[in-house]
Design a protein around this ligand. Structure first.
Ligand code: NAD
Length: 329
């Protein structure tokens, strides 16, 4: 069996090689993420795995169909960059890795919240200028005195609720799907109550037509406590222009963004500061905004699990078996 693995970074190679050896599968490693430009490399392979950070369209699945490939195993939770319907039409089963380490993402969200709450970025900037002062603008709040609003209490939102409640915060959550096991850690409520009552709002829904721009001007207008907004889910959940306005007019006090609405041109690239779109440049320049380059998933355990689970699923499908991670049935 031969599998081609796109979007592999150097440190992942050893994990892939170990899996290949253990499973007697031949693997070709490609460092670039899967795209229309490099989909042709898959010819002659039985299956495909990729990171999913770049948009993949119908032409890629059409090529796979011609090559006799029947699956694409994405090593991520989010499959918003895949055209699921086009893949289905071409007989390509897309699988994701629903939970490789929800704690990895949840821990970055909590770290960001603490960083912004305690104004670490502002103090770091002052230290860079030899400024040892503190003042009214940098006074903080203890996290145990905060109300945290989780939007989307699935794997990652649930793990975030565990962490915040362990720190003593009051945790509210909005999710149309009820999970009784989370009751010890959070109180379910509606979206508007989350917006009105939270000091920290943490987003953990997938990017869907129904969640795109769910944090827009109307939502910011309902935020009453000048909250910190944490987005370690998908940039498209937040209307960027409305976010900039809310930061400027003080409707929210700070924001942490691990994901931006369109990362296609700069994801995992260097020296991008001057080529960033104007709105991201504006966000980047704000002292109360923390941007990280979509690395919430990037822990040793998460990387190992995402590779092994995706490749196990690829192998099972290629061998004619069934997996429960197919997202475009
Ligand atoms: P999940 O499917 O376990 O949970 C998502 C939850 O959102 C579900 O409980 C669902 O019912 C809920 N939901 C759906 N629509 C909603 C709405 N309109 N309002 C409120 N809740 C809604 O997914 P997860 O594993 O927790 O991951 C969540 C998202 O995090 C992923 O889809 C992905 O986009 C993102 N993510 C980001 C990174 C990163 O590195 N930054 C890594 C992994 C996942």
């Amino acid at each position: 069996m031969k599998i081609i693995c796109y979007g592999v970074i150097k440190m992942e190679e050893k994990i892939i090689e170990n899996w290949a050896q253990k499973n007697q599968v031949e693997i070709k490693i490609v460092h670039d993420d899967l795209s229309a430009d490099n989909a042709g490399l898959a010819q002659g392979f039985d299956g495909v795995s990729s990171e999913g950070n770049l948009p993949v369209g119908a032409s890629v699945y059409e090529k796979f169909k011609r090559y006799g490939i029947k699956q694409l195993s994405v090593r991520q939770v989010g499959v918003d960059n895949q055209d699921l319907a086009a893949a289905k039409k071409n007989g390509i089963k897309i699988t994701n890795v629903a939970a490789y380490s929800p704690r990895a993402i949840a821990e970055l969200g909590v770290t960001d919240a603490m960083y912004l709450l305690r104004k670490i970025g502002i103090y770091q900037d002052r230290m860079d200028h030899g400024d040892f002062t503190y003042d009214k603008s940098t006074i903080s709040t203890e996290i145990f005195n905060c109300t945290v609003g989780i939007v989307g209490a699935g794997h990652i939102g649930g793990a975030s609720a565990h962490l915040y409640s362990a720190l003593g915060a009051k945790v509210l959550a909005y999710d149309p799907v009820y999970d009784a096991s989370l009751e010890p850690y959070l109180t379910y409520t509606d979206f508007d109550t989350i917006l009105a009552k939270s000091d920290i709002i943490s987003l953990h829904t997938p990017l869907l037509a129904s969640t795109e721009n769910m944090i827009d001007k109307t939502a910011f207008d309902k935020m009453k406590k000048k909250p910190i907004l944490i987005n370690v889910a998908r940039g498209g959940l937040v209307d960027t222009q409305a976010l900039i306005a809310a930061l400027k007019n003080g409707q929210i006090s700070a924001a942490a963004l691990d994901t931006l609405a369109d990362e296609t041109d700069f994801y995992d690239k260097k020296n991008m500061l001057n080529s960033l779109p104007e709105d991201y440049k504006e966000l980047k320049a704000m002292p109360q905004v923390l941007i990280t380059p979509h690395i919430a998933f990037f822990t040793k355990l998460a990387v190992k699990n995402s590779i092994e689970i995706a490749l196990n699923d690829a192998k099972t499908i290629i061998s004619g078996g069934e997996v429960n991670s197919v997202v475009n049935l």
